[in-house]
Design a protein around this ligand. Structure first.
Ligand SMILES: [Zn+2]
Length: 297
């Protein structure tokens, strides 16, 4: 199950990006009951997958009763390759049915096909939103699901809420054959990555890039180039990727978000984030572009 991306869908043609859930189509009209569907069933952040069938990890069911599962909530989210998709949640103490297991969605990034992984991420975000918006944030009355879109409307004051998205910039700072990588105390030992930070209200992406890089490592950048974007459903980020060139200053780490940072030669990179992540793609794209330019030059 592979398909080539339509390059016209992307904002830039500089890179051959594959960040989109190409086989997913958004619709709000669920199929008739008992239609076979993909079920993205979460127990907290863990997804129910088949433990015996590695070819088709996701359960394809006529309904959750096929696996005797009691759902706390369910949402129809659209179609994947023409197959209806449901997002659902079970209680924390739900035991996986025979030949199934609950696995961390993060850990499935390298196991699921990319567009299926991001469809699972979409499902997780919708479930998270549904769970956290049962009551109005303005007056506290119960909210009611609307059918024509993902939204919940307050039964008393009418306030409508949509799934929350948190835009964040993620930036590879380059200096010729070196790249600036940093590590957060949360990372696995030894791993370094690109710099990233959430966009503040009232801030443009460009302003955010300059501020975050200045705050985290104390350097200035120029020549920002949009790279691509990637939803990151933990719990609701939208990562917007850029390449930026070093323009001045010495590295001074902030000591909180960043515990170490440095310039790494492209030929001697430290352990990097997993394949499939936008951080890894930012680094690999620069690596490929730099080496092909060197070859040509
Ligand atoms: Zn209200």
């Amino acid at each position: 199950m592979t398909s080539k991306p339509n390059k016209n869908n992307y904002l830039t043609k500089e890179y051959d990006l594959i960040f989109m859930t190409q086989r997913f189509s958004l619709t709000h009209t669920p199929p008739p009951d008992k239609t076979p569907a993909f079920w993205f069933i979460f127990r907290q952040k863990n997804l129910l997958v088949n433990s015996e069938n590695t070819v088709e990890l996701l359960p394809r069911l006529r309904g959750p009763e096929e696996l005797s599962l009691h759902l706390l909530r369910r949402q129809f989210i659209g179609n994947f390759a023409g197959i209806p998709c449901y997002a659902a949640e079970v209680a924390e103490d739900q035991v996986a049915p025979p030949s199934y297991e609950f696995r961390s969605l993060r850990g499935l990034l390298s196991l699921l096909e990319e567009d299926l992984f991001f469809t699972a991420g979409r499902a997780l975000q919708i479930i998270h939103w549904d769970r956290t918006h049962q009551y109005c944030g303005q007056c506290g009355a119960p909210t009611v699901q609307e059918n024509h879109q993902h939204s919940r409307r307050c039964s008393r004051c009418g306030l409508t809420t949509f799934p929350r998205l948190s835009p964040a910039v993620i930036v590879l700072v380059t200096r010729g054959r070196e790249v600036l990588l940093a590590r957060s105390p949360r990372f696995t030992p030894g791993m370094y990555s690109t710099l990233a930070g959430f966009v503040e209200p009232g801030e443009s992406l460009e302003e955010c890039i300059h501020r975050e890089i200045r705050e985290e490592v104390g350097v200035e950048v120029a020549n920002l180039r949009y790279f691509g974007s990637q939803p990151w459903p933990f719990p609701h980020s939208l990562m917007i990727g850029f390449h930026a060139e070093y323009a001045g200053g010495d590295i001074v780490v902030d000591g909180e978000e960043i515990e170490a940072a440095g310039w790494f030669p492209l030929i001697k990179l430290p352990p990097l984030p997993p394949p499939g992540s936008i951080a890894r793609k930012l680094i690999e794209a620069y690596l490929n572009k730099y080496s092909s330019n060197q070859t040509k030059g």
